[in-house]
Ligand binder design. Sequence first.
Ligand SMILES: [Zn+2]
Length: 266
Amino acid sequence: MSFNTIPLTSLAGTLCDIIGARRPKEAKGEIAAIKELVDKKAGGKVDRMLLYNPDAVGQWIYEKYYNYFPCVRDNTDIEVDVLTAFPPKTPICFATMYTGADPAVHGIQTYCKPVLQTDTIFDALPDSGKKVAMVAIANQSIPRIFEQRDIDYYVMKYDGDVIKKALELIAEDKYDVIEVYNQEYDDRIHYTWPTSGLARKALKHYNENFGKLMEAVKKNWTCHDTFVAFSPDHGVHKPLIGLGTHGKFIPKDMNVKHFFGVFPKQ
Ligand SMILES: [Zn+2]
């Protein structure tokens, strides 16, 4: 297994470009395949986004359990193999995903959850007139490090509540961008290991949850060109002794596969 070459830093600027927002100040690079997809299916720009962040789905786990992810493949157009930020831990990776900056620049370099002082898409999108909702889990990395932005926060108890709220918000049809976070697999691998029965069940839930979100988008956002993403933060591994974990510079922890799709307006 070798390391992926497209860095996670290239996502944030690309997302802002395709929805016509300014880029976060430190965002680097772009993902050309996303731009080609949006050119082809929506004439270069979208006006809606549904970003789904399932915690800890390593690329090798996706490949090993390929059959668990039909809803992900059915609702997306392209796959991009991404190299996440180091060390591959949740707040560090999401900070990189949504600032477009390396950890040395955004400042989260160890496992901690300070409010980010670096410019993020959650600053850039509202600055550009986009209405943004974040649906995440109380006390977890995402709602904490991205606090104090001009967006609406829906901080829920666990994955099921997150999906329920996200489905309501999609149906209400008032946000331009909705970010949705789920964490069950990351929790399970730390209690057990990456391929345990409990952990595998969580992967199936991610697939089902993404499928529900996509059905809601297809039903309710027909007047919009919508970009969708299935974007995990980092991978996982099992040490020789001990439970599942992540945080090392190894392909199992560093490689993630992201899926992107466009639903053109009808
Ligand atoms: Zn994580």
